[in-house]
Design a protein around this ligand. Structure first.
Ligand SMILES: Cc1ncc(COP(=O)(O)O)c(C=O)c1O
Length: 401
């Protein structure tokens, strides 16, 4: 790739790329671990790598060499045939979760689409087609996924949405009880709402959801697109709760930065996705699956789930200390390395101050500063990053912005 200045890069975007993203005035050209470099050569600490697409840092050497090796062997073969990486990856996923069978696609939204379609195929015999999801949820941007997303701002301009989907308040068992009926084929939810502001499902709630689904004959679909792959301190977020889903959707960190999505479903449910019912040209592509296999290997060989838990403890201790000092912090929330700092005011300036000072975090729901750091981020780097964040919060407290 030729070297271009920021102005040259931006010029191409201005001329040729649709402006559907509010982009910051920085172009990144290189990443390594929890560092990223911009086009002027400035180095940043990245505590929000690719909206949570890697739990193992940028360009992990094992993932890079797995991609290189597979690229020289077989980049793509379609699903009219078998291929090695897809089967191996499915085994990794199934044996670390609840023994389900997998379908592969390319993104989180596609994994949600596949989950919704499978739930309707499964429910058809009993005339069940309705799906209940949670207020404040986020499931992606395709029509099915925005219909499932319980936030009106994502629906605006796109009505009418997919029919048969209703939303209930999160963590409210009574509301769910009223909503799940004989026509319900599935309840869909995140175990921690990510984009929604790091809202954790209460243990008693998730248990009640599972029991209600069993009692009323509906499936439980968990969207683990953001919580999966060790992010919360277990392979998958549901493993903290002592309940299992019938279908789980994954993407983001699964491919270590390479686009891949997946669902895994209990075998008795999975069989409804029979030949001809659903497909994706690139789904289970050997290149993407090789990257995802390497991600599983890295997490296990390097003990990253344990490392992530230790890092999480350090981060939460520091943030709690900050919360004690700065009233502008309303609440610290999260689990593992899925972390939200809810402020009393808009967090955009905090985000911008951090970026100017070479720290990348994120701001969601206007007031929640979000971090999804990689599990192998060195503690000294996290400390440097949190120093920058504390400086921003101190300024927010004083109203300097
Ligand atoms: C919980 C959850 N589900 C689904 C999605 C959609 O994933 P994608 O952007 O890969 O389609 C996201 C993306 O942020 C997400 O956080």
């Amino acid at each position: 790739m030729p070297h271009l200045t920021f102005e040259q890069i931006k010029g191409k975007f201005d001329d040729y790329v649709i402006g559907n993203y509010a982009r910051n005035q920085v172009a990144f050209v290189h990443g390594e671990g929890s560092h990223i470099w911009d086009s002027a050569g400035n180095r940043y600490i990245d505590l929000m790598p690719g909206w949570g697409t890697t739990t193992i840092g940028h360009c992990h050497p094992h993932v890079v060499s797995a991609i290189q090796r597979q690229a020289g062997f077989l980049i793509h073969i379609d699903n009219s045939f078998y291929n090695i990486p897809q089967g191996v990856l499915a085994e990794h996923l199934s044996t670390r979760s609840f023994g389900g069978k997998c379908f592969f696609c390319n993104s989180g939204a596609e994994a949600i689409e596949a989950s919704l379609k499978l739930a309707r195929l499964w429910g058809r015999r009993q005339g069940r087609s309705e799906i209940v999801t949670m207020g404040g949820s986020f499931h992606g941007r395709t029509f099915g996924a925005i219909s499932a997303t319980g936030q009106e701002k994502y629906h605006r301009g796109y009505l009418p949405l997919l029919p048969g989907i209703s939303h209930v308040p999160f963590n409210d068992p009574g509301a769910l009880e009223d909503a799940v009926g004989p026509k319900t084929c599935a309840v869909l939810m995140e175990v921690i709402q990510g984009e929604g502001g790091i809202n954790i499902a209460e243990p008693a709630y998730l248990k009640a959801v599972r029991e209600l689904c069993d009692e009323r004959g509906a499936l439980l679909i968990l969207d683990e697109v953001q919580t999966g792959m060790g992010r919360t301190g277990r392979w998958f977020g549901y493993q903290h709760y002592g309940v299992e889903p019938d279908i789980m959707a994954l993407a983001k960190a699964l491919g270590g930065g390479v686009p891949i999505g997946a669902i895994t479903a209990r075998p008795e449910v999975a069989e409804f996705l029979a030949p001809g019912t659903h497909a994706a040209t690139f789904g289970g592509n050997p290149l993407a699956c090789s990257a995802a296999i390497a991600v599983f290997e890295v997490i296990e060989r390097e003990g990253l789930i344990e490392a992530g838990l230790a890092l999480s403890k350090t981060i939460f201790e520091r943030l709690e200390a900050m919360a004690g000092e700065y009233d502008v912090i309303r609440q610290i929330r999260g689990r593992g390395l899925m972390i939200g700092i809810e402020l009393e005011r808009n967090g955009q300036e905090v985000f911008e101050h951090c970026l100017r000072n070479r720290l990348r975090v994120n701001c969601t729901q206007e007031r929640v500063v979000r971090m999804l750091p990689a599990m192998n981020t060195p503690p000294e780097l996290v400390k440097d990053g949190l120093d920058v964040l504390e400086d921003a919060i101190e300024k927010a407290q004083r109203g300097v912005f």
